[in-house]
Design a protein around this ligand. Structure first.
Ligand SMILES: [Zn+2]
Length: 490
C-alpha cells in the first residue's frame, strides 16, 4: 500500500502543472485506491458465530445485481454505474453452482433445500433425499435442517419473506415434503395424504424441534384459513387460531405488527397470497422487507444462545417470470435496504451475514449505450448533433437495454415499435427471444456475498449445498462432540 502511495505521488510530481484532480485518470486511481484500502483492511474473523442471517433474493442473477445497482443509483438522481448496493461492500464473495441432484436448471425448492440441509436434492422437492416420492412421508427419513438443529440447541429461529410462507424458499427452512406445491391440504393428492404427508402450512405451525419457529413473517394467509373464512383449507382448520392455542401471537397487517407488545412466538401473515411488490405496497397492510427484517432481528437477538434467520426477497423471481424488469429491480432495491438495516443492527464479530440468490433468470443487459443511459430505457447513442437516437437492430426495430431469453413478450418481425415512453412504463414487459407463457430460470452460477465470522471461507466457486456446511462451521457445531442437538459447552 505504501509503495503504491509513493508511486502515485511520484506520478503527480512528474506532472507539476496538474493538480491531483486534473491528472488524467486521477479519479479512477483514487477510486481503485479506496477499494484496495478496503480490501487490505478486511478483517478475518475466526470466532464462533452466535447468529446467522441468510438473505436470499429469489432469482437474482448477476445481471440483476448490475442492473439493480444502476436502477438504485439512478433512482437517487445519480448516474448509476458506480453505485453500490448495500451487500456489494461485504467482505467476501463467491460464485455458487445451482444445479440440483436431477436438474441442470434448478427451481427454488431444491436450491433452498441445499442451503438448509447441506445436500442436493431433486427439483420441486423440499428437504427430502433425492429419489423420494410420497412414500417418504411414511418412514420420514429426511435430511435435518439448520433450523431444526438450531432449535434443538435452544437458539431462536425466524423466517421473513415476501412470498407465501408456504412457498418453496421459506418452506425449505421448516418443511419436509416431496412436492413444493402441497402448500395446503386442498393441494394434496390422495396418495400423499394416505402416505401420511402433511401440507406445508400445517408443518409450519407443527414444527417439533425446540419450541418451534419463533418468528415467521410473509404472505399466504389463505393456506392457513378454512374455506369458511375465505381461506383455501378444506379440512376446516384455522391454523392461525391453532398457532395462538399453542402459545403464539398472530398479526395480519402492518399496523397490528407495529402495535404488538408480546414476546411470544410470532406469526405474521400480511396477504392472502404473496405480499405485494415493494413498488405496489400499501404500508398500512404490509410492512417493507426492511421493517420485517428489523423487527425480526430485534426479537430474535434477545436470546443469548443466538439465532438463525432466513430473509427472502421472493418477488424478484416473480417479476422476472413476468419479464417486468422494473419490479424485479425495485424489489432488489428493497432487498438492499433490508440488508443495510441488518448490517446496521448486528455485530459482525458474532453474526455471519450471507447474501445470495437461489438461482438465476435468463435476464441480461445489452448494447453499447453511453454511461448513465436510463437502465429501463432503450439502447440509444448520440447522433451528430448530440441528441440521443435509438439504436436500430438488424430487424429494423429499437430495443431495450434489459431483456430475456424466454418470456411472454417475444420479439417478432411485426412487434410493436418500442418507444422510450413505452419502455419506461412500470408495467412494461421486456422482450424475449423465445415465446413462453412464463419466463424461465437460468442454470448459471449465482453470486454470494458475506461478512462476519468465517465469511472468508466463501471464495472461488462453490457448490450451493456447501453454504450450509460453512454456516455449520461458523456456528461451531462441527467442533462439538455431539452434533445432534447438544448445546455447545463453550
Ligand atoms: Zn421462479
Amino acid at each position: 500500500m505504501r509503495f503504491l502511495t509513493v508511486s502515485f505521488l511520484a506520478l503527480l510530481a512528474a506532472s507539476p502543472a496538474l493538480s491531483q484532480t486534473d491528472e488524467p485518470g486521477a479519479e479512477w486511481r483514487a477510486m481503485a485506491q479506496e477499494e484496495l484500502d478496503a480490501r487490505l483492511n478486511v478483517e478475518r474473523r475466526e470466532g464462533r458465530a452466535r447468529n446467522v442471517i441468510l438473505f436470499i433474493a429469489d432469482g437474482m442473477n448477476m445481471s440483476s445485481v448490475t442492473a439493480g445497482r444502476i436502477y438504485d443509483g439512478q433512482d437517487r438522481g445519480e448516474g448509476g454505474e458506480e453505485n453500490r448496493l448495500s451487500f456489494e461492500a461485504m467482505d467476501a464473495s463467491a460464485l455458487i453452482r445451482t444445479y440440483t441432484a436431477n436438474a441442470q436448471v434448478p427451481d427454488s425448492a431444491a436450491t433452498a433445500s441445499a442451503m438448509n440441509t447441506g445436500v442436493k436434492i431433486d427439483i420441486r422437492a423440499i428437504n427430502v433425499y433425492q429419489g423420494s416420492d410420497a412414500s417418504v412421508c411414511a418412514h420420514g427419513l429426511y435430511p435435518v435442517t439448520l433450523m431444526e438443529q438450531a432449535e434443538a440447541r435452544n437458539m431462536e429461529t425466524g423466517i421473513v419473506t415476501t412470498a407465501r410462507l408456504t412457498h418453496a424458499t421459506p418452506a425449505a427452512v421448516f418443511a419436509h415434503i416431496p412436492h413444493r406445491n402441497w402448500e395446503s391440504d386442498s393441494d394434496m393428492p390422495v396418495e400423499a395424504v394416505e402416505s401420511g404427508c402433511v401440507d406445508i402450512a400445517r408443518q409450519l405451525i407443527e414444527v417439533e424441534a425446540g419450541d418451534g419457529i419463533d418468528l415467521a413473517f410473509g404472505g399466504g394467509r389463505g393456506n392457513f384459513l378454512p374455506e369458511s373464512e375465505n381461506g383455501r383449507r378444506s379440512d376446516g382448520r384455522d391454523l392461525t387460531a391453532e398457532w395462538v392455542a399453542r402459545g403464539g401471537a398472530y398479526v395480519s397487517n402492518a399496523v397490528e405488527l407495529r402495535s404488538l407488545d408480546s414476546d411470544k412466538n410470532l406469526l405474521g401473515l400480511f396477504a392472502d397470497s404473496h405480499m405485494s411488490y415493494d413498488a405496489d405496497r400499501n404500508d398500512i397492510e404490509e410492512p417493507s422487507l426492511a421493517e420485517m427484517t428489523s423487527i425480526a432481528i430485534d426479537r430474535l437477538s434477545s436470546n443469548p444462545d443466538g439465532y438463525y434467520l432466513m430473509v427472502e426477497a421472493a418477488r424478484v423471481d416473480h417479476a422476472h417470470h413476468a419479464t417486468n424488469a422494473y419490479r424485479a429491480l425495485d424489489d432488489i432495491q428493497a432487498f438492499s435496504e433490508a440488508i443495510a438495516t441488518a448490517l446496521s443492527m448486528v455485530d459482525l464479530d458474532e453474526t455471519l451475514v450471507i447474501v445470495t440468490a437461489d438461482h438465476g433468470h435468463v435476464f441480461t443487459m445489452a448494447g453499447y449505450q453511453p454511461r448513465n443511459n436510463p437502465i429501463l430505457g432503450l439502447v440509444q447513442t448520440p447522433n451528430a448533433s448530440g441528441e440521443m437516437d435509438p439504436t436500430i437492430a438488424a430487424d429494423g426495430q429499437s430495443y431495450t437495454t434489459l431483456g430475456y431469453y424466454t418470456g411472454q413478450n417475444p420479439r417478432r418481425a411485426d412487434s410493436d415499435e418500442i418507444t422510450s415512453d413505452a419502455a419506461l412504463h412500470p408495467d412494461y414487459r421486456q422482450q424475449s427471444a423465445v415465446a413462453m407463457g412464463s419466463e424461465t430460470h437460468s442454470g448459471e452460477d449465482v453470486p454470494l456475498y458475506a461478512s462476519g465470522p468465517w465469511a472468508h471461507l466463501f471464495g472461488g466457486t462453490l457448490e450451493q449445498h456447501t453454504i450450509y456446511h460453512v454456516m455449520v462451521h461458523a456456528l461451531g457445531w462441527t467442533r462439538d462432540e455431539d452434533v445432534s442437538g447438544e448445546t455447545p459447552s463453550d
